[in-house]
Every structure is written in C-alpha cells, then in structure tokens.
Design a protein around this ligand. Structure first.
Ligand SMILES: [Zn+2]
Length: 771
C-alpha cells in the first residue's frame, strides 16, 4: 500500500497534484482518439456566418451555394441541424465540422446529463451520464476519467514492455523489460515461493510471532534494526527518514526526519471509535493470517498481533494530523544530532543513521526534524514497550510492504484486506499489476520506452506557450489584487517568472548512457521476481542516500513521464507536466483552445498557484523557505485562505455522511481555484488576439461554456463508500465532485458563462478568492 499512496510523496517534496494514481483496466471513453504521431491533417470545414473575418482553416468554403449543400448534408447526418435555418442558410456562428470536432463534441455530449440545470449542480450536468455509464469495476475502489486515462496508458506500456529486446534497447530499458517478465512468470514465482521473504526476516533473527516462544531479542539494538531496514529495503518504520534539499538552503542536501506513515491510510483509522470494529479488525486479521502463512501458531499470532495494533495505535496518537502540518516553517527544526539526542534520549540517533549512511556522520552533523512532538512521544513509547512487541511491529511493516507482490495465498489475504479497506471485490489482472509496478519502480526506463512512439514534440511547444500565457494571467491578477503590499507583490511576480517549466520528459531519457548510469546500482535477475523486488527497494534506498554530501542538482528532474499527473516542487520552484498528461481530455492538438485551456490550462494554473498556496508561499524563488511576505500581507492571505477552509468544510459527501476537511485540503483548493481563474483569463486573451473559434457541432454551448465543461468532465467519476472515506480522511485533494463544485461556485466567469442567477446553488453570493 505504501508505495501507491500520496503519503510517500513528502520524501521528494513534490506535490502530487491531481490524484492518486488510478487502478487499472476497465471501460474506457473511446470517443476522442488522439493520434499521437500526428498523421495526416484532419479535414476542416469552416462554416462562417460572418464572411468578413479572415479565414483560418485549412479549407475555406466561402461560397453560399456550397454552404447550402453542406447544410443539406448536415441535415442528413443530423449533426448541427440547429445551425441551419429553414432556408438552408447558415445562422451565425461558425461551426467546425472536421471529424475531430465531431468526435470531440460527441464525447462531451456523451458524458453530460442535460436534464440537470447547470446552475444547480454542475457536476451532475457535466458528468451525469458518464457516471451512470461507468460502473466501478470489481477490482477497483473507484472509477473516473483519470483512471480511464491511466488505463489507456497502461495498455501502451504493456505493449512496449512485452516487446522483445531490440537494438534500440539500453541496459536500463532491458532491465525494465526483464523485471516485467519475471513479474509475469507465475510458474517460476510459485516455484520460489515465499523463501526470499523468510530469508529477509531471518536476517533480523526472524519475525518473533513466527519464531514463537524461542524468540530472543538479537544482540544488536533496535536502532540497528530500523537502520538496516532503511538501508537494505528502503523500509522506514517508526522514523521516516530521507535525504533531500534543506528547505532553508535548497542547494544543499541534508538528512531529514519525520513521523512515519502508518500501516493504515491515516491516524483516524486508529483513533476514531467507529474504525475499531471494521478497519482495525480487518488489519489485525490480515497480519494474523499472513503470519500464519509464514508459520506462526494461530492462537499466539492473534494475541501477539493484537499487542502490535495497540502499539501502533499509541504511535498514531503521538503523530500529528496532516491538517496540522501544513505550516512547514512551524514544524521545521534544524539541529545537530547531539541536540536531537538530548531531546529524544531514548533513541541512539547516531547509531541509527550510521547503520545506513554510506559515509559516517558525527554528532555535530545537522539534520532537519519535521515532527519533534511525535519524536518526543515516540521515544517514551519505545522505552515503555516490550521489545518483542516492537520487533513484531517493525518486521510486520516489512512483511506488509512485500506481501502485495506475492501470489496465491498471500494474494488472497491481501485481496480480502483490500475488500474491507477499499471495497474492492477482486484482484487486478496480473499484467496490469506488473505494468504498474514496473512503471512505478523503474519509471525513467519505462518512460524511455514510452516516449519513443507516444510523445509529440508539438505538444511540448504548445504547453510551453500555454504556460507563458497563464503565467502572464497570474501576474495580471497579482497586479489587480488589493490585499498585497507592493513590495511582496513584486517578489511574488519575480517568483512566478523564475519558475522552471518541465514538460514531457527529462533529456536524460534520450541518452542511453546517462540512463544506464541511473540504474547501474540496480541488479535484476532472470528468474527471481521477489528478489528483484527486494533489489529495487535497496536501489531506491541507495539512490536517495547517496545524495548526502552532494550538492543539489537543480537542473535535474526525474519525474517519470508515463503518468497522468502534474507536480510543483517548492525546493526547486519547478512545475512539471509529464508526457502522460498531455493527452485528451487535458490536451489535444485537435481540440478547440477552449478545451485545452479548460483542461491542461487549468492544470498549469493549478501548479503555478502551488508556488503561492499556504505551503508554497513560504518558499522564495530559489526554493528556500524564508519569509518574503510582510506580516500584514500574511494576515490578509490567511483571512482569504480561511474563507476556503470554511467553504470546503461545509461540503459533505452524502455517500458516507462525512464533511470534507477544509484545512487538510486548503493548498489544493487554493490551487484549483487559482488555476481555473488564470486559465480562463489566458483563454479570453487568446480569443482577443486570435478571434472566436468556430463552435463545435451539435452542442449548443459557447466556448466560454465549453471551457468550464471540459474542466468539470476531467473529474467525472464515482467511488465506493470505503474509498470516499479514505479520501475524506487522508487525501490532500478534495474528492472529484467537490473539485468541480467548489471552484466553479467561486467563479464569476463561470456564472457569467452559464447565466447563473445570483443566489443559485452554483452562484452563491459569498465567494472565496486568493489568487
Ligand atoms: Zn496540486
């Protein structure tokens, strides 16, 4: 679970901006088909009412007789009949009738429920039919446009990973293909069985619950165990640890420490009384059954692992809720190891760190701790707990990380656990899991295979242009706001202009030698899948830890390209748009600009705004955390952010009868609202400069309206109650429907476009706005 949730992201400090990666395979939305390689230009007919404006299409049909003929054809195919008057003369405005426009219009229409008043519930208006037509597959906890896009990407990745080695392969891409192949080799996996996991546990004296009454604590310390797990398997238990740019000196890498991610998605699962019965019981059952598979005595296992739950509950209680950790500057503490030791004396921090750091550190080494209150509590809990319970818990977390990669009985137990936790009914296809793992664990190598035939350079140029226009819109809005002082405003503008744009994929991917270097520390065997999984854990650890002592390479970016997502990194002031997101519904070279601005445009604005949300605003243009705002302006910002917190706190997911956590989601909500506003403004500017676009056929909406429609349709989808609960409790993003309703009901542009009366549900009188 850990590897697939957002909770892991703090390690890289990248904001995962759209959603958790989706689970795979299922019905897809096939109406809009993009030919990624371009291919022949589509036929375009511009039907114009206003003959005086200059033509911009490939084929211009300006003769009225031809128009009449076209109208007859239109009548026959029953498309855009409303555009033709009874005399067969075209009413304004122009309509685009290319096959691409027809497909696009059909796709938009197919998702909508036009029986719903857009001013009452725009999510239902935009997505009603889509949601009705897309059942949640048995192996998923939700279905959404996002997941469907990820599915399409998966099919492409399956194709490239299954291709035999060829001359174009580098060592790196061969490793990715080999890893995928070993993952698919069920016969061999079955032959090897769970031995690699048993061997790993034996390395630490065995999992006490399995060893039984004969277990004795190893002669080495707990710090040694935690350190070995971190260094060998990238498993961070009790203490979260990574090496990364210092928030206050973004060009230097430093050891960072934080509270750990729990076994369940958030602390609420341990502490809310309603969770006891179902989720904790399922968790306990899962760990007990896995222990039995590894040889534990059933009665002992149930008892000992109940103590483990109690122990983890104490740690959950000691941890801070995510909503209270938003203010990075208030939780950041830089200190020497010696000082840390004086505050949390129960842990030998030096021994812990020196177990896995490649070059030993001294007590004078400085580290950054983001969770001092947790560490203090944790130290006490450790000193008061039975060592066997601690070992049982710590090694359980290794087992929990590894077991989803196992088959047969282990897989069955995992599926049963996910059934309770996420509501899924069956396990995914093996190929789909294997593609997913390969892409997540060797994303750069898989990306190199993907981009060869699936990325159009033109889209990179278009995205760059759009970034520039949207940044311009951001800067204009900055000029217009009344709550910032001029000095802060000038620095904000400087920061926006200094943002690095990362689009598609890093150049490294086209350089086999450089790419091979990335994976030189990774060994992939021919026939040992689980061994390969362990090797990847080890590689991840080395890859991160070796950065200590190295300067931060600000030019380097390493976001895997084959994902449908986008990012902002405050330490580098980078906005990142991987190749996987530059596809419909976000972007198509055949889309009207209104759709591209409503799609990828809003995403771009969203990422830019992250540089100025509650967290991002604490970092300067060079990625250093420092106060560049004056106090009065900070107060103004907080008042406006509070408006969003209150607004989103009032949104309720009826499905689970729970309210959204406005505080936990504020950064994303601020980014959604800002992104929408900036992108709309940029689109209007484009129209001013280039003229109105021809309308889409058969859909009675203006481009202003289409802009918002496409924005909303990106969030079409439904979720199981279990998933809704997980999102409410642990996600930093608001659930899909709220991401539509929230920003649109704050948008005057939206209300104008759809003529929503003031006071209607989508046009409330009080609105929130920061950027
Ligand atoms: Zn975001």
């Amino acid at each position: 679970m850990k590897a697939y949730t957002e909770s892991e992201l703090p390690k890289t400090r990248y904001k995962n901006c759209l959603t958790r990666n989706g689970y795979l395979s299922g019905p897809r939305r096939g109406e809009v088909v993009e030919n990624p390689l371009g291919g022949p230009e589509p036929r375009v007919l511009w039907l114009r009412g206003d003959q005086s404006s200059p033509p911009r299409g490939n084929v211009v049909v300006g003769v009225i007789g031809v128009l009449v003929a076209v109208c007859v054809v239109l009548g026959i195919v029953a498309i855009s009949l409303s555009q033709c008057s009874s005399e067969g003369v075209i009413d304004s405005p122009r309509v685009c009738l290319s096959d691409q426009c027809v497909r696009t219009a059909a796709s938009l229409l197919a998702a909508m429920d036009q029986n719903v008043d857009p001013c009452v519930d725009f999510f239902q208006f935009a997505c009603g039919t889509w949601n009705k037509m897309h059942l949640i597959p048995e192996d998923r906890s939700s279905i959404s446009v996002f997941e469907v896009l990820s599915d399409q990407l998966q099919v492409i990745l399956k194709g490239v990973l299954e291709e035999p080695y060829n001359d174009e392969d580098s060592q790196a891409t061969k490793k990715a293909k080999l890893f995928y192949r070993t993952c698919m080799d069920i016969k061999q996996i079955r032959k090897v069985g769970d031995k690699p996991l048993r061997d790993a546990l034996d390395r630490f004296g065995g999992w006490p619950v399995v060893v039984g009454a004969n277990w004795t604590p190893p002669s080495t310390s707990l710090e040694h165990l935690l350190g070995m797990l971190r260094g060998l398997y990238n498993e961070v238990v009790i203490i979260e640890q990574w090496v990364g740019p210092d928030d206050k000196n973004s060009s230097a890498n430093i050891v960072q420490l934080d509270q750990m991610n729990l076994g369940l998605p958030s602390r609420d699962y341990y502490l809310k009384p309603s969770s006891e019965a179902d989720y904790l019981a399922a968790y306990h059952k899962y760990m007990t059954e896995v222990a039995i598979l590894l040889g534990a005595d059933p009665a002992t296992a149930a008892m000992e692992l109940m103590e483990v739950i109690q122990f983890e509950k104490k740690l959950a209680n000691a941890s801070l809720p995510q909503a209270d950790r938003h203010d990075t500057s208030s939780i950041y503490r830089k200190m020497t190891i010696k000082h840390l030791k004086s505050l949390v004396p129960q842990i030998d921090w030096l021994e812990y760190l020196n177990t896995f750091l490649s070059s030993p550190v001294e007590e004078t080494e400085t580290v950054v701790a983001y969770a001092m209150p947790y560490f203090v509590q944790m130290g006490k809990i450790i000193s008061e707990s039975n060592i066997k319970v601690i070992y049982n818990y710590v090694l359980w977390r290794l087992v929990m990380t590894v077991s989803p990669h196992m088959i047969d009985d282990y897989q069955a137990k995992h599926t049963e656990f996910r059934r309770i936790l996420q509501g899924i009914q069956s396990e995914r296809n093996r190929w789909s899991q294997c593609v997913d793992w390969t892409n997540k664990k060797m994303g750069m190598a898989v990306g190199a295979l993907y981009i060869k035939r699936n990325f159009n350079q033109n889209s990179k140029e278009t995205a760059l242009e759009m970034i520039h226009t949207i940044r311009e819109a951001f800067n204009e809005l900055l000029e217009e706001n009344h709550w910032m002082d001029n000095e802060t405003r000038a620095v904000a503008k400087e920061k926006a202009n200094a943002m690095n744009e990362r689009i598609g994929y890093p150049e490294l991917l086209t350089n086999p030698e450089e790419l091979n270097k990335e994976y030189v520390m990774l060994n992939i065997t021919e026939d040992q899948f689980l061994e390969n999984v362990f090797n990847i854990f080890h590689y991840d650890a080395l890859h991160n830890l070796q950065q200590l002592g190295q300067p931060v390479n600000k030019d380097k970016w390493s976001t895997e390209p084959a994902i449908v997502n986008a990012f902002y990194n405050p330490n580098k002031n980078d906005i990142v748009f991987p190749a996987g997101i530059l596809q419909p519904l976000f972007y198509s070279q055949h889309f009207p600009k209104s759709l591209n601005y409503g799609g990828i445009g809003v995403v771009i604005g969203h990422e830019i705004t992250h540089g100025f949300d509650d967290k991002g605003r604490q970092f300067d243009k060079d990625g250093n955390m420092m106060q560049w705002w004056n106090n009065a302006t900070i107060r103004e910002f907080r008042d406006r952010a509070q408006c969003f917190i209150d607004q989103y706190n009032r949104y309720k997911l009826e499905q689970v009868d729970q309210f959204v956590n406005g505080r936990m989601t504020q950064g994303e909500n601020i980014a959604d609202n800002g992104g929408l506003k900036q992108s709309y403004r940029a689109y209007k500017k484009w129209v001013t400069q280039n003229g109105e676009e021809p309308r889409l056929p058969g859909i009675n909406l203006t481009h202003d309206q289409l802009f918002f429609l496409n924005y909303a349709q990106i969030w079409c989808g439904t979720m199981r109650p279990e998933d809704a609960l997980t999102k409410i409790r642990s996600a930093v993003h608001s659930p899909g429907p709220i991401r539509v309703i929230g920003p649109l009901s704050n948008s005057k542009d939206f209300s104008r476009a759809y003529s929503c009366p003031l006071g209607s549900p989508m046009n409330p009188t009080s609105k929130c706005s920061v950027w």
